[in-house]
Design a protein around this ligand. Sequence first.
Ligand SMILES: Nc1ncnc2c1ncn2[C@@H]1O[C@H](COP(=O)(O)OP(=O)(O)OP(=O)(O)O)[C@@H](O)[C@H]1O
Ligand SMILES: [Mg+2]
Length: 148
Amino acid sequence: MEIKVTTNNLSATQTLGELIGKNLKGDETFALVAELGGGKTSFTQGLARGLGIKKIVISPTFVLERIYKSRHPLHHFDMYRIEASDADSTGLLDILGEAVVVVEWAEKIKSQLPDDTIWVTIKVMGENEREFIFEYPENRNYAFKNVK
Ligand SMILES: Nc1ncnc2c1ncn2[C@@H]1O[C@H](COP(=O)(O)OP(=O)(O)OP(=O)(O)O)[C@@H](O)[C@H]1O
Ligand SMILES: [Mg+2]
């Protein structure tokens, strides 16, 4: 399945994430692909809000992983500084399917992610315009019922 959504500002991106976050069951993996400053962390902030997380989500670039407790726990990873061969040492591979897992720079570890990963490619169309392309298997359709 594929859905495309364009946002025209930061808050629209966060709202998009929130609409998806509200429908999650707790075992989804989101693989985020975008250039630097594309909006990966901003989208994750919205997803967290939809999950009922009150804490502010900040980039895990330097710590590699941040964990937020809520209705469903959220594990937020950033692979920017990680080699594909070191992915297991981050704890990422152990938590897949056991929590909502969001991976920034996921293309680096593509082959190590589950088959039913939700791929989110963000294209920078202009200073404030982002095109989101969601690609996912049919069994993850429920996550997008508020988006279409
Ligand atoms: N429509 C939009 N959606 C999201 N962010 C936007 C949008 N328009 C402008 N921005 C700006 O783009 C930046 C997105 O930053 P963000 O940290 O979310 O990106 P990122 O992909 O996580 O970056 P990094 O590669 O450094 O991790 C912010 O400065 C935000 O204000
Ligand atoms: Mg980021």
